[in-house]
Ligand binder design. Structure first.
Ligand SMILES: Cc1ncc(COP(=O)(O)O)c(C=O)c1O
Length: 430
């Protein structure tokens, strides 16, 4: 093989969410440490978006890699039907001790999309098993829940799902209760319930922050009012905490801000501190009990070859150790505070629209004179600008956001803020 990694990659690899014809060569990362990533050309990048919102404690964290190494020397994998192992049991116990007390069981899978698929299946089959089948789901406009067919079905219809539209199941969408739309969202929910009595199996949402939809944020009170309607109408509550879980919103779970607790939680990304592909779906005892039967047909017929992988479970346990350290929470508070100060600096800037923050996530839309969208013409230019500044700050269309690993230093954060401010100055000069 000739050429550097980037050149060899261009001949053999098909990258995710990438128009391969027009994309620039992929940057080959050779190592990482803390919030820094190092490429094969000797460049250093600050990972300001935690590598697709995965990383919590920094790249190549010694505590996590030690746990991985230790487990790999003992047991790398074992079938998870009819077998179990220490890391899987311990992780389930530990997750349940952190989740709201109504959560009783943990089902493992491979990633965020599969965590959502399992949640949807648990929900639909719960109603099927108790003899009251319900076939409709409610979701939020602007939602993103993953790329498998079930997850796509409950995601907002968009260019991403257009080729598959005919294969997606029936979902009714209500507005997300973002500022200014709280009452509309509530009214839509009430109307839908009145028009489809007893037909909705569940309501799935990303609590407080819709990630891929553009870091759209909303208040827990607004969501609670919608959840109250769900409870009154026996609609199951499914929280997709794939992105918001593990401290991103300033609490362990975004659902910690809610009065009405979800029946089902979907977890991934931060579950392993962002180290490995892994997913978990948790549910209440009532849901689990609907599958508990002498009748084999009531089984949850779902599983993946890698379900409950011991390496992933061990890494998740190690990440949980770090999550429990006071330093981690001090870092979360430090980032929240720094973002607030940065917010004050950006406030009122004529190119900054809809500036918002929840926990360690700060976002705004760049004023481009056209409607905000993933395909906004400025997106590629913004991305290149940040790359030149050695910042991994990949915008969602014209939405610029920061979602850093908790270990990011003050100095690194300052560089990220300065990078954004220099983009604004650059655009002002155009
Ligand atoms: C809220 C949410 N749910 C589900 C997913 C899908 O996760 P994965 O990419 O691991 O399949 C994502 C991914 O970004 C997400 O943000």
């Amino acid at each position: 093989m000739t050429g550097n990694l980037s050149e060899r990659d261009a001949k053999v690899i098909w990258h995710p969410f990438t128009q391969m014809k027009t994309a620039a060569p992929a940057i080959a990362i050779v190592s990482g440490e803390g919030a820094k990533l190092y490429d094969e050309m000797g460049n250093t990048y600050i990972d300001a978006i935690a590598s697709w919102w995965m990383n919590l404690h920094g790249h190549a964290h010694p505590h996590i890699s030690a746990a991985l190494r230790k487990q790999a020397e003992v047991l790398e994998h074992v079938i998870f039907a009819d077998f179990t192992h220490r890391p899987a049991v311990e992780l389930a116990e530990r997750l349940l001790s952190k989740l709201p007390p109504n959560q009783a069981r943990v089902f493992y899978s491979d990633n965020g999309s599969t965590a959502v698929e399992v949640g949807l299946k648990m929900c639909f089959q719960y109603w099927f098993n108790i003899g009251q089948p319900k076939t409709k789901m409610i979701a939020l406009e602007g939602a993103y829940h993953g790329d498998t067919f079930g997850a796509m079905s409950v995601g907002a219809r968009s260019a991403f799902s257009a080729p598959f539209e005919a294969f997606l199941f029936e979902v009714l969408f209500v507005e997300a209760p973002v500022p200014g739309k709280e009452n509309l969202a509530l009214a839509q929910m009430q109307k839908m319930m009145a028009e489809n009595p007893g037909q909705f199996a569940g309501f799935i949402f990303e609590p407080l922050v819709q990630g891929a939809g553009g870091m759209r944020m909303y208040e827990p009170e607004a969501l609670d009012r919608m959840l109250e309607i769900c409870v009154q109408n026996e609609v199951m509550i499914i929280a997709d905490e794939v992105m918001t879980g593990f401290g991103r919103t300033g609490q362990m779970w975004a659902s910690d801000y809610l009065t009405y607790k979800p029946d089902i939680f979907c977890l991934s990304k931060g579950l392993t501190g962002g180290t490995m592909a892994f997913g978990a779906t948790t549910c209440t005892a009532a849901i689990f009990d609907a599958f508990w039967s002498d009748d084999k047909l009531k089984t949850l017929f779902h599983g993946h070859s890698c379900t409950g992988n011991p390496l992933a479970c061990s890494v998740a346990l190690a990440s949980m150790d770090l999550m429990e350290k006071p330093e981690t929470w001090a870092n979360i508070r430090r980032i929240e505070k720094a973002h607030k100060e940065f917010s004050a600096r950006l406030h009122g800037h004529h190119l900054v629209k809809n500036l918002r923050q929840t926990g360690v996530i700060i976002a705004f839309e760049l004023e481009t004179g056209s409607e905000s969208s993933y395909f906004n013409g400025l997106r590629d230019m913004i991305w290149r600008f940040f790359l030149e500044k050695k910042l991994l700050l990949r915008p969602l269309g014209n939405t610029i956001y920061i979602l850093p690993p908790y270990c990011i230093t003050d100095d690194e954060l300052s560089k990220v803020y300065e990078g954004i401010e220099s983009l604004l100055s650059f655009l002002e000069m155009q």
